[in-house]
Design a protein around this ligand. Sequence first.
Ligand SMILES: NC(=O)c1ccc[n+]([C@@H]2O[C@H](COP(=O)([O-])OP(=O)(O)OC[C@H]3O[C@@H](n4cnc5c(N)ncnc54)[C@H](O)[C@@H]3O)[C@@H](O)[C@H]2O)c1
Length: 330
Amino acid sequence: MALLEGKTALVTGGGRGIGRGIVLSLAACGASVVINDLGASLSGEGRDRGPAEQVLAEVQALGADGAINGGSVADYASANAMVEQAVATFGRLDIVVHAAGVLRDRMIFNMTEEEWDAVIAVHLKGLFNVLRPATALMRQQKSGRIIALASGSAYGDPGQPNYAAAKAGIIGLSYSTANAMAKYGVTCNVVLPTGTTRMIDSKPESRVIFEKTGKWPSEAAKGTPKDPDNVAPLVSFLASDRAGGVNGQVFHSHGFGYTLVDQPRILARLDSTSAWTPEQLAAAFESFMAKDVPPRPELPFGREVDRIDPADWQPIDTGRRYWRRAGQPA
Ligand SMILES: NC(=O)c1ccc[n+]([C@@H]2O[C@H](COP(=O)([O-])OP(=O)(O)OC[C@H]3O[C@@H](n4cnc5c(N)ncnc54)[C@H](O)[C@@H]3O)[C@@H](O)[C@H]2O)c1
């Protein structure tokens, strides 16, 4: 039986980029999919049903069922309508993937309130908007899979304060949802994707590549480690019954591999049997904790993977291998 036979899914932002690859993978695994997409520009303006219609045709060519929804996930009533559409069309809703996204990059000291609000509305409030009705449904049916796309930018991209905040908020909301919904058999996990889509084409370094080669980086990504479709197998697995034991986790999809990201862990503590004065704390901090303060957060996952000692990899089969951080319980 196919991995997602008989399941139904809602994918926000399913008309383009990473979301499109996820829709096609879910459909190829046997799921019926509501493809939500506003058909907006990268900054969130305009509407176009074309991309979602195109993906629907591709879903149908795979022999799967699909439907399109052109509402904005940033609008509470429209997001409720997406969930209702899935149930009205396919009878139930097993899987929700939130891949809709917009960018309004600007340094914190230059950002307008409108740029802040627009990005928070689609990414973070958009996730709440679909989760509110979807979790109510999944709680009753006692099953469900939620996968939210965040970003490595959550860990502090300096040029994306609105986007970093929205994506870090998605991680917090997903941890909360995972804890709230575990007893109902529902999981909620986060994927930090990478893939050369139009979102990456918008970076200044991509324009340099376009001017040199006449091709945007997204046009050269197909089949390479930068292909946005590389994210989809992880999402389809997390959407399946076989991922029932994976809840409240964050994965980084990078190239042809998937990294499990650690949860925040305690590093050091100054302890006392009575309250500290600020001066006492300053003195103890300088003598003890200062040496344990890590560098400012980076966006290190891809680079860290590239630095792993070749001898530390465990072979799986041809071309595939596994690494885990040393010192973890077996
Ligand atoms: N491309 C990357 O390397 C990368 C890295 C980290 C995170 N992400 C995240 O992955 C997701 C997909 O990004 P992508 O690169 O495929 O971008 P994309 O621009 O190719 O696709 C995003 C889609 O979301 C749709 N959308 C925008 N606003 C919407 C709204 N209000 N309601 C419904 N749909 C809306 C757009 O029409 C578009 O089709 C986003 O959440 C993005 O932040 C991407």
